[in-house]
Ligand binder design. Structure first.
Ligand SMILES: [Zn+2]
Length: 392
């Protein structure tokens, strides 16, 4: 196995890193660049933009030699990166630096190296005599909760592409990861009635009622921890539930009229998500009814602020064997972080997560990727292209 990536790949990764695609920024300059690369090999992608046109997904298909555009394999990547704000970097985060066999930059591991390997291979994919198509699905706003990929996966479904499988190239050190939990984030706005703190009967204390919700949420957390369901492939083998932020009150002598609670759960795919959400909704309604007995204008409103489904691809799925045949390392581990894999899986596309680099370096200061990981990813894509090509 080669342990040094090609110069062309390193140059492509460096170009992609040079676009500051922090999620708050537009990804259009990066997408324009990819569109040019595709145009150079005669492929016109479909762009699936966000509502205000400041960001876009990109979907491209390299058809089979006989013109078939359905089936095949999807290579999925997100184009955005997390901020570097407040982090102490030893080198410029958006100017990659190679030292000690590593490439340092924001996005080096998560996940512009995978993206760069794929873009560098475009001429090779275009020249291959494919037996089935290879699709590229590049998204925006993954790092803010898999927002962009929703429209991207919808487009794949709408076009009836029915790919055989999908590889999400998030950093797994080129291991085949079949599972991760869902991610579900909620905001609850509790509105009571303000009053001077000496006149408690005239107010409805939003913090006190929000605290009831906090206890309920953590009661559910305890239930999940003690009663399951469990999956020992995870470091934390049960569904986690946690209140992670609370804002409320304006002064020490004022009964608070408003309190906002932010909580999340990260669930195993064996948990009935909708039923769980309904339990939280029911508790919000119970608290609201109690508050309204004191003040008809009181309210407790639950909003889902982010949600991404989990994935649990069976060990005997074809895409698992395919990824292994392309040189990825089989593994029973499931990962604690979320990815876009759940969205593909939810659409009926068998999906694994497999990409170069270590998630431990993602999002951190001095993010890096080992150069040999990039080389392993190049080899993986080479073998994928060969495998999907006709032998005739
Ligand atoms: Zn990522």
């Amino acid at each position: 196995m080669p342990d040094a990536p090609t110069d062309a790949t390193i140059a492509e990764i460096a170009t992609l890193i040079g676009f500051d695609t922090t999620s708050r920024e537009s990804n259009l300059p990066l997408i324009d660049h990819v569109v040019e690369r595709l145009a150079a090999v005669g492929v016109e992608p479909v762009l699936v933009p966000n509502a205000d046109g400041t960001k876009t997904n990109l979907l491209a298909t390299f058809p089979a030699a006989d013109g078939t555009v359905t089936g095949g394999v999807v290579l999925s990547a997100h184009t955005d990166v997390v901020p570097v704000d407040g982090q102490a970097w030893s080198s410029e985060p958006f100017a990659p630096e190679v030292r000690d066999g590593r490439l340092y930059a924001r996005g080096s591991a998560d996940m512009k190296s995978f993206l760069g390997v794929v873009v560098a291979k475009l001429p090779q994919i275009a020249q291959a005599t494919l037996a089935e198509p290879i699709h590229l699905a590049f998204s925006y706003d993954e790092e803010v909760g898999c927002v962009g990929a929703i429209g991207l996966v919808d487009e794949i479904v709408r076009r009836g592409m029915e790919p055989r499988g999908c590889v999400v190239g998030e950093p797994t050190s080129m291991r085949i990861v079949r599972g991760h939990k869902s991610m579900n984030v909620f905001r609850v706005d509790v509105r009571g009635l303000a009053a001077h703190s000496s006149l408690t009967p005239q107010g409805v204390n939003a913090i006190a009622h929000a605290a009831e919700l906090v206890r309920f949420v953590h009661g559910v957390a305890d239930e999940m921890r003690l009663e399951g369901p469990f999956d020992d492939a995870y470091v934390v083998p049960f569904t986690t539930v946690s209140v992670n932020r609370i804002d409320g009150g304006i002064a020490i002598n004022t009964i608070p009229a408003e309190c906002t609670v932010h909580f999340e759960f990260r669930a195993l795919t064996t948990v009935d998500h909708e039923a769980l959400v309904q339990r939280f909704r029911a508790e919000c309604r119970r608290i609201e009814a109690a508050m309204r007995e004191q003040h008809p204008g009181a309210s407790v409103e639950l909003t889902t602020t982010a949600a991404a489904p989990g994935v649990d691809t069976p060990a005997d799925a074809e895409i698992v064997a395919m990824a292994a045949s392309w040189g990825a390392e089989p593994s029973d581990a499931k990962v604690t972080y979320g990815t876009e894999a759940g969205l593909f899986a939810q659409a009926g596309i068998p999906t694994v997560v497999c990409g170069p680099g270590d998630i431990a370096q993602a999002h951190a200061a001095d993010e890096f990727i080992e150069l040999d990981q990039i080389a392993r990813c190049e080899s993986f894509v080479d073998r994928l292209i060969a495998d999907l090509s006709t032998t005739a």
